[in-house]
Design a protein around this ligand. Sequence first.
Ligand SMILES: [Zn+2]
Ligand SMILES: [Zn+2]
Length: 72
Amino acid sequence: MFECPSCHNLYKWKKSMLAHLRYQCKQPPRFECKYCPIRNYQKTHIVRHLRVHHPHLSPMFFDRKYNAVFQL
Ligand SMILES: [Zn+2]
Ligand SMILES: [Zn+2]
């Protein structure tokens, strides 16, 4: 296992750890729910969150990479 020297998350592969260190570690998650403070690094998690927690609202999320709100 490879440990992130910064946050001590464990990774099976060294390249995964290095990618985490480069793109995720200490950075806010890329995707945010538009309706609550939930954030995640993966879009699939936000999509599932929207379906489960806000089923009556149109599924919209904020994408930090494009600095814009998107609708599914
Ligand atoms: Zn880290
Ligand atoms: Zn939410």
